[in-house]
Design a protein around this ligand. Structure first.
Ligand SMILES: C[S@@+](CC[C@H](N)C(=O)[O-])C[C@H]1O[C@@H](n2cnc3c(N)ncnc32)[C@H](O)[C@@H]1O
Length: 391
């Protein structure tokens, strides 16, 4: 047990933080959790993302520093070879004292939070939306929203209410992606030129094509939804359609569904609605999301390939369509794709039976990208839900 070498700043700065006893190390990490200038990073992915997106990491410790480079070779080749020398070794018992729940990857770090200017984020000229979370209550939800927003290249995540969006538990939920975009708590939403869109179960059905790409998308608090004040101020109030009897989606799921729609639109995919459909199907299914995501991904790839080839070389009629469905079944069996067959059949049907103006190869490619995008967003959210809650 014990700190075997001094913690070093992993910024290339060679000055050691200094020889510290275990108690001092534990005190620093515990104090850092409450310090609004610092961010505590728990786990390999959080450290990886923080470094990748330019965080100034003050110190880092690991129970097995050598294993970090193995992980980096496997999961983050851009950081391979540079991690082990940047972290100090500590015994696993000490690591367990530094944070409420020691990460399985055995590494924790402290970084400086970047200065975030919400006014500058609101003025970002890119066609990218801002996610406004009104008084979010759950750290895991905040983290999941930041992670999805980073993946969708949103312009910022702003939060109101007492909870700190940089809380270590939110950082853990976001796998350190707070460093990938501006994330800040604000007192209230300042005036801006961006249209304010309230995303609310009671709103009119969301028509993605009508959503301005530079909108501020406001999401409400977990139990009570958006405040009357924000609803009154909003330029539009839009809801994600749901089956009768379902009152609302989880906050992070709602953010994921809307942002995957926006991302597909920004990529100019003509039938972008397949992205949020895929996200919602995976997130709301009782089956294992990873199995379902794989089946949807593999099945869509197979159906798109078979559909594009058939539509290119054969006239579309019921015999050809039936043969295509049969072929998808045979190929799914040969490739041992199991349940992916139904997604192959759905994709094939969309390509062959719905009239499109683009060539079949392009339609198939778009369907594959749209569905993959939705699957990716669903997996991002699912990863967060699978994290064990802190002690
Ligand atoms: C758990 S919901 C809040 C439910 C709350 N009882 C209500 O009726 O608004 C948290 C937030 O997620 C978003 N949300 C959830 N389901 C939605 C849906 N079907 N359409 C639009 N927004 C939704 C909204 O922003 C909502 O304020």
């Amino acid at each position: 047990m014990g700190v075997q070498s001094p913690a070093r700043p992993p910024s290339g700065n060679d000055a050691a933080v200094g020889d510290v006893g275990e108690q001092e190390l534990i005190r620093r990490y515990r104090t850092a959790r409450r310090d609004r200038r610092l961010a505590v990073l728990e786990g390999f992915h959080a450290l990886k993302h923080a470094l990748r997106f330019g965080a100034e990491v003050v110190e880092a410790v690991a129970s097995e520093p050598r294993r970090l480079d193995e992980l980096a070779r496997e999961l983050a080749p851009d950081l391979a070879g540079s991690l082990a020398e940047r972290v100090a070794a500590v015994g696993p018992e000490v690591l367990a004292e530094l944070v409420p729940q020691a990460p399985r990857t055995g590494v924790v770090a402290i970084a400086r939070r970047p200065e975030v200017d919400p006014g500058a984020a609101l003025a970002d000229p890119r066609p990218a939306s801002i996610v406004l979370l009104e008084d979010p209550r759950t750290m895991a939800n905040m983290g999941a929203c930041v992670r999805v927003a980073a993946a969708a290249d949103a312009a910022a995540v702003l939060t109101t209410g007492p909870n700190d969006p940089w809380h270590p538990d939110a950082l853990r939920g976001a796998a350190g992606l707070h460093f990938a975009l501006p994330v800040a708590a604000i007192e209230s939403l300042p005036e801006s030129d961006r249209p304010l869109v309230a995303i609310d179960p009671g709103g009119e059905d969301l028509r993605p094509a009508e959503l301005p790409l530079q909108a501020i998308l406001a999401f409400g608090t977990e139990r009570h939804g958006l405040s009357d004040a924000l609803l009154a101020r909003a330029d539009a109030r839009l809801g994600i359609p749901m089956r009768a009897g379902v009152s609302s989606l989880n906050l992070a799921t709602a953010v994921a569904a809307v942002l995957s729609t926006m991302l597909a639109r920004a990529l100019k995919l003509p039938e972008f609605y397949w992205a949020p459909i895929s996200t919602i199907v995976i997130l709301l299914s009782p089956s294992d999301p990873f199995t379902l995501a794989w089946q949807r991904f593999a099945g869509t790839a197979l159906g798109a390939t078979v559909g594009a080839l058939i539509a290119t070389f054969f006239p579309t009629n019921w015999v050809v369509y039936g043969a295509g469905i049969l072929l998808c079944g045979i190929l799914s069996a040969i490739l041992r794709l199991g349940g992916a067959y139904r997604f192959a059949a759905i994709t094939l049907s969309i390509i062959l039976l719905i009239a499109h103006t683009a060539p079949p190869g392009i339609v198939a490619y778009h369907r594959f990208v749209e569905v993959s995008l939705g699957v990716a967003v669903a997996l991002v959210v699912t990863r967060v839900w699978r994290l064990p809650s802190p002690k």
